[in-house]
Design a protein around this ligand. Sequence first.
Ligand SMILES: *Cc1c(COP(=O)(O)O)cnc(C)c1O
Length: 859
Amino acid sequence: MTTAKDSASVNKASAGASRSKANSKASSKAKADAETLSTKLSNAADITASSHAEPCEPCDSLSASLARHIRYGLCRDEHEKHELFNAVAHSVKEQMLDSWRQTRIKDNQYQQKQVAYLSLEFLMGRALGNALLSLDITADAQQVLSDYATNLEDLEQVEQDAGLGNGGLGRLAACFLDSCASLDLPVTGYGIRYQYGMFAQKIVDGYQVERPDRWLRHGNPWEVRIANRIVSVPFFGHTETYLDKRGHRHHVWAETQNVLAVPYDMPIPGFKNGRINTLRLWKAEANDEFDLDEFNEGDYAEAVATKNLAEQITMVLYPNDASVNGKELRLRQQYFLSSASLQDLLARYVSQFGEDFSQFNEHNVLQLNDTHPSIAVPELMRLLLDQYGLSWDAAWAITSQSMAYTNHTLLPEALERWSVPMMKNMLPRIVEIIFEINARYLEQVAHHWPGDIQKLANMSIIEEGPEQHIRMAYLAIVACFSVNGVAGLHTQLLKEGLFKDFYQLWPHKFNNKTNGVTPRRWLAYCNPKLSSLICRRLGDEWINDLSRLTALNAFTSDKAFVKEWAQIKFENKQALTAFVKQQCGVEFDPLMMFDVQVKRIHEYKRQLLNILHVIHLYRRILNGDTQDMVPRCVLIGGKAAPGYAMAKQIIKLANNVAHMVNSDPLVSPLLRMAFLPNYNVSAMEKICPGTDLSEQISTAGKEASGTGNMKFMMNGALTIGTLDGANIEMLEEVGYENFFLFGLDAKQVTQARIDYQPQHIIEHSKALNRVMSMLKSGHFNLVEPGIFDDIIASVLDSNDQWMTAADFDSYCLAQEQVAKTYLDQDSWQKISIRNTAASGRFSSDNTIAGYRDEIWMKK
Ligand SMILES: *Cc1c(COP(=O)(O)O)cnc(C)c1O
């Protein structure tokens, strides 16, 4: 892949100078100087402009602003729905611009430490409803829209989800941004402005079909392109060294191919507090330079066409959740994000403090969301060493005290390793720096374990083999001052297992930060009826302080309250019924129990266990064994990574079982099932308020935290779950009597795997035996023989990592307990209230307060 060569600077005046090949030391140095200067100038302009801010006229009211956008923005009398939406969004954004600017001016003074949250994913969903809630202008907007014969709810559905993430990890980043702004913290999110976000999922003949997510098709009214903060990111080329007059060795990364990183800012409003933080998303653009050789040879079109290759970097989000994609383009994305964000951070710092970096750590901290942006470690070293001329020790002191790393998974298939030859070709200077970091760090290992050669090999950042690989998690642990897991069990397993050696070396680095979700989006906004009931009884302080929900426990004996609680759940189920009908064509009945599992499709999450239970119920109904059975509607939804064959088969099985269940009129009074296509944030906003039973049934020890579990709990769903991830902490909060626990715990899973014989388990379980026989008989794939053979084999496999057979009976027993409880509606509703009441700990405000006090601002 080639791009425009050698134009390191974005400054037009210096671009000409940088055209010449940077072979000579002198010209490289001149180039670097010009670059630094141009950055300084553009930053000076940026800062000057903002500090001269005059107090401005009060901005137009929402109503006046919307009238203006419709009159002058649309330029005609008839408009499409999305045009009206865009006009409304522009008007709402206008309401934020002054506060956004004030926030920026204040933060540029560095009175507080600035936090950069680096993430390859931000699963933001829709912004309109959330912005109105945060700015406290929902009622205003409803009023204004009535003048245009539109209602707000309908208009909100027009907005495309910003689906710049796969699942939990990306949604966590979005919840964190909301909490940071709401806690008045100066936190900037740095990410990638993917042209195509998470693919749209369609179901055709029961199979997943991926469609491109053209979320920017109608423009993005929330974003602002910031032309004066463009930076240039180098790729390829080679490295050189030279000695300066004083005999100091300098490194040059020469003949690079540079790609422009253009920032697009999105406002992140705090909840009714006037702070507007920024999510800065980078877009790759080709540099205006043409390859003059090609150009002069008459290949004008070719010269222009190669420019598109640069723009490929931010074209598409990789749709892998909890598994790596080792493609070269993915590494390019990671470096592009890391380099652009660090250059931005440094330029901002230098414009305030000059090139004295002694204060850098006092004023800056970076949080790495998984290892995806961990190449920021050697990149910060490079910028400090090569660009700003710091010594190795000075650069390392800054780097190792400014970065913190969050681990998100124990699954080996999700641990990033990059091929050294590939990285050497793409990022030669970065590889040199990583090897130097490794050499110095291994000395420490050798001191700690003298003579232990195996330890050195095990802990090396470089994995040896036919091809060398860089272990990105080790790089992150070595360089970062903090390493955190995302739930108590997860952090404990990191310390005891995956990172045991590192924990022994540096116990002080390790800490836990249990995930959370924002109560603004996941209760106040998505469940207005419940929210209003809670406000009438408790006031509205819970929206900022979710621990106040414990006061709901007092109302479990208030008959009128319980009745209203149940009525609201029923109405939310009616709304979900309509949604399921519209999306799947399946008729749910809100009088039945709604049993829901929505999340990425992955074997460890065990959607298969859920489907086997549905088959079990179906079998029972066919046998007339329906005593104590509660009528249920089972909903499963989620996307499979396009290359994950087993996950795709599980989707097909869910659809085929649903078809058989729903097409038998004898079954449907007791059991219905649907697979919901295209599960995303805006779908979850409709699903969790209308759910009775939340399925959190992963194999113990495999789900790092889970956050879907928390959204359901907040909205009064009861959970059936294993002792995994944050389920354990949810159980602690709500108590065993209000949670349906089943299955092996993490220790037992490890034990049971030693001599695991699923065939034996199946022989001894009447229920599982019947279910497996029915599956094997081809009852669910009469016209497609053999399509579920892999699934059947996986359950029977003594190497089945996910232990589906091992937990089946225990799961069915817990489900019977669920049914029994549901039959006593009064008791069910009380437990529902207790679940919401106990969900306060899982506000992401709580999580972020932990990051603030124990990582970011820790003295
Ligand atoms: C919350 C959420 C997730 C995470 O769900 P888990 O059950 O924790 O895996 C994934 N996708 C979307 C759209 C979400 O809203």
